[in-house]
Design a protein around this ligand. Structure first.
Ligand SMILES: [Zn+2]
Length: 308
């Protein structure tokens, strides 16, 4: 069998230095084989990098909404700042406004800006109660109340983000809630990456009050690194569990700290090779599906909701 990838340069004694160089150069066939090998290695490497199993992606979701009541003009500035950052980076996010908070003209206007900017708007209940601490019927009435308030907004998407990510105190309560969601064309909106960002936001406000810009800047940097570390650790755990990198969903709350760090946070993800996914696409990942028993007694999963 003819072997193509073998050096064929003859080790003859050259008559002059130029010939000496040529004598030790590989033949045209060998150069072709070396090039082909390199190309093959590069192709395998590129395929591994592009493999959907290991390319990390994240969808950004924000909970609660800014509070512009009581003359709080900072809320409108922070809301606009988040939307400007997302627009600049071409990232589509999803907002889950707490109904009670959004039920003020000035706050509803801020929520509307998200929809008008092309982002999705979901349901986070009206009263923001934890399901496990509520009566199920009352809780679902509360979901309906938030629906009534928000469903006409641009970007509306019937997905429920359970407050406190609390999906019920037991399987019975969880199933009752999921069945109701199925009957009303709703999906859910679980997350893979979350941290107690509201605590950091409070500490950040305190730092701003104390007037130390240097401390506030260092705090923002550490906070971005913290979210990045959390994202990386969650990805490692999910890869071990499902043998691929899922479409991650990051939960952030609408606050001054997150508005301030968002440009750096997006940069962190980009610098570490992550891409951004539309939340509505990310929620299609099987890890976010929730099963329930339908009226015919069969086990099934929630259908994809109709979103604007
Ligand atoms: Zn919330």
């Amino acid at each position: 069998m003819k072997r193509y990838c073998q050096p064929t340069a003859k080790m003859t004694t050259p008559a002059n230095p130029a010939q000496a160089v040529m004598a030790f150069l590989p033949s045209r066939a060998f150069r072709f084989c070396a090039f082909a090998s390199l190309l093959a290695a590069f192709t395998v490497f590129a395929l591994l990098c592009a493999s959907p199993g290991y390319a990390q992606s994240v969808a950004l979701t924000f909970d609660d909404g800014f509070d512009a009541t009581n003359g709080n003009t900072q809320a409108a500035r922070d809301n606009a700042s988040v939307l400007a950052t997302l627009k600049k980076q071409g990232v589509r996010a999803m907002l889950f406004p707490a109904g009670q908070l959004a039920d003020h003209d000035e706050n509803l206007e801020l929520v509307r800006h998200w929809g008008e900017a092309g982002h999705a708007i979901g349901n986070h209940t009206y009263s923001h109660e934890a399901l496990s601490k509520s009566d199920t019927t009352r809780y679902l009435d509360d979901v309906r109340r938030a629906h009534e308030l928000l469903h006409a907004l641009p970007g509306w998407c019937p997905r429920l983000r359970f407050p406190y990510l609390d999906e019920g105190k037991d399987q019975t309560q969880h199933s009752q809630a999921i069945q109701w969601l199925a009957q009303h064309g709703y999906g859910v909106a679980p997350v893979t990456i979350a941290l107690s960002d509201w605590e950091y936001a409070q500490r950040y406000e305190d730092l701003l009050q104390s007037g130390s810009d240097q401390d506030a800047s260092a705090f923002r940097q550490r906070y971005v690194e913290l979210i990045g570390t959390q994202a990386h650790e969650q990805d490692v755990q999910w890869q071990a569990q499902v043998h691929r990198s899922p479409a991650h969903v990051l939960l952030l709350h609408t606050n001054r700290l997150n508005a301030a760090v968002l440009p750096d946070l997006l940069q962190w993800f980009t610098r570490h090779g992550w891409s951004f996914t539309d939340p509505l696409t990310a929620f299609g990942d099987p890890i976010y599906q929730r099963g329930y028993t339908n009226a015919e007694g069969s086990s099934t999963t929630l259908p994809q909701p109709a979103c604007r």
